[in-house]
Design a protein around this ligand. Structure first.
Ligand SMILES: [Zn+2]
Length: 499
């Protein structure tokens, strides 16, 4: 079979180690999905397709290191509410859905991501039920869209109600709304191994292990995940310290582990270079230092942390501790947008308001977090996140004629502070042009729109029934949330509060 060759010609090619304000003009030769050469005026023989990149900024494809595709169709259904309350609505809307809906929701998220310059999503999917049929639908949808995925169906054996600190204060039927039944450990670990065989990693498919959260997993489950990660050399993602309540749960229920979820992970074999903890809004400075020493990573999700009233992660402290960092966009109903541009901008702005001293300049640094740093979370930093020979050809072309670049003073700063996603003109994933001059080549967008419109009639009827049934739970959940605020935890993650 003839090799797939592509020449991206004459663009300003963003180099993390070069001039990040005015990148040099260069050509990029791509063969069979990999970057073969980068240089000015490349002389290339033989057959190849040309992508004209003149007047374009060529940037490594953005990577979203935290995302869940299961609630894509819930976008725009909520305004701000505490995480635990929000789960009342989103959990049921992701479970036991039709194949058509699972396919459509996966494609919608992939489409939005690609249009916003995201070439890799880490999908920590709440797949329910966990079975071959659902898995096949999701993987087929990602292949159809042409986006790279780090696929990690979530596993857990402690029921969702464990997310609520004062769960015993809730009436049994309210507890039931969140979920009071666990899942067998062995079945889920066997499911994962079975899928690794059925769909071997390769091309645009990568796997990761995702225990939902330490407090949602027994030691047996965490140790099983650690064994799988070791056996298959896979990264691990898990939600840790998203809310203030989770600090209190750690102190009260994990006293045997110093009252620390980081210790609990460590004591079950998970703290190390493969581990990425997601959120860490309420992580202590001591725990940050332990994360840094273990070369474990933290994936920040400012958008959903604010909307779900969790607070603001301590960006400056995390930088000072030297923890490796990544960025995510989280659920479609918890942030309502898959935009790494927004995530990058918030990272810089929160650093700015966290320290009255000027500097450092963070635009070029956050671009590293969103590319190389996020690739590192997936164990792919050797081949993703930069435009270099030997790396995967995942690129985005930004139209410098867009008004965001009028005038054009700095690639790094304008990508981070000015770009809203509008400038993303063409997208290449694994050497394949998936968006060309704003036209999506892989998905029939009009057909998808019709499918989603059709599906939403049923979806909204189900959602209305869920909202109605949850009304009774709200006062109890609100009270449990208030009680969370009664105890001082020795740190503050809210603006305008002193405790
Ligand atoms: Zn999440």
């Amino acid at each position: 079979m003839a090799s797939r060759r592509l020449l991206v010609r004459g663009g300003q090619v963003y180099d993390h180690d070069g001039d990040v304000h005015k990148p040099k003009i260069a050509d990029i030769l791509i063969e069979d999905g990999d970057i073969r050469a980068v240089g000015a005026g490349l002389a290339v023989g033989g057959e190849y397709e040309v992508v004209d990149a003149s007047g374009r900024l060529v940037v490594p494809g953005l990577i979203n290191a935290h995302y869940h595709s299961h609630d894509t169709l819930c976008r725009g259904l909520f305004e701000e509410m505490p995480l635990e309350t929000w789960l009342l609505y989103t959990l049921p809307m992701g479970q036991n859905r039709s194949k058509e809906e699972v396919r459509a929701r996966t494609l919608v998220g992939a489409l939005e991501s690609l249009r916003c310059g995201i070439t890799t999503v880490q999908d920590m999917l709440g797949l329910s039920p966990l079975n071959d049929a659902n898995t096949d639908v999701v993987i087929a949808a990602y292949r159809e869209a042409g986006i790279r995925v780090v696929f990690s169906p979530m596993v857990w054996d402690v029921p969702p109600i464990a997310m609520v600190r004062h769960k015993d204060s809730l009436p049994p039927d309210v507890q039931e709304m969140l979920g009071t039944t666990g899942r067998p450990v062995r079945d889920q670990l066997d499911y994962l191994e079975h899928q690794f065989k059925r769909h071997p990693a390769g091309g645009t498919l990568h796997w990761a292990i995702a225990p939902f959260a330490p407090q949602r997993c027994t030691p047996k489950m965490l140790q099983g995940c650690a064994d799988l990660a070791h056996k298959h050399d896979l990264p691990i993602y898990t939600h840790v310290y998203e809310t203030r309540g989770q600090v209190l749960i750690a102190r009260e229920q994990f006293a045997d582990h110093d009252g620390s979820l980081i210790s609990y992970l460590e004591n079950n074999g998970l703290l190390g270079p493969k581990l990425n903890i997601v959120h860490s809004v309420w992580i202590s400075r001591r725990e940050m230092d332990r994360m840094a020493a273990a070369d474990a990573g933290i994936v920040l999700n400012h958008l959903s942390n604010m909307k779900l009233k969790s607070g603001i992660a301590p960006v400056c402290d995390l930088r000072d501790a030297g923890v490796r960092l990544g960025l995510g966009c989280d659920n479609c109903s918890g942030s309502d947008v898959q935009s790494v541009f927004q995530a990058m901008k918030l990272f810089c702005l929160f650093a700015a308001v966290s320290d009255p001293e000027p500097g450092p300049e963070l635009a070029h640094e956050v671009l590293r977090h969103a590319t190389i740093g996020n690739a590192r979370t997936a164990g792919l930093a050797h081949c993703l996140g930069a435009i270099r020979p030997g790396y995967k050809a995942d690129l985005i072309l930004i139209d410098l004629n867009d008004v965001a670049y009028l005038p054009y003073n700095s690639a790094a700063r304008q990508l981070v502070y000015t770009e809203a996603g509008r400038g993303v003109e063409s997208v290449i994933v694994d050497g394949r042009v998936v968006i060309k001059e704003r036209k999506v080549k892989t998905i029939d967008e009009d057909a998808l729109r019709r499918e989603v419109t059709d599906l939403m009639r049923h979806f909204i009827a189900d959602y209305d029934a869920v909202v109605e049934s949850r009304k009774r739970a709200l006062p109890y959940m609100q009270e449990a949330h208030r009680r969370m605020w009664e105890t001082d935890v020795g740190m503050n993650r809210f603006i305008g509060r002193t405790r």
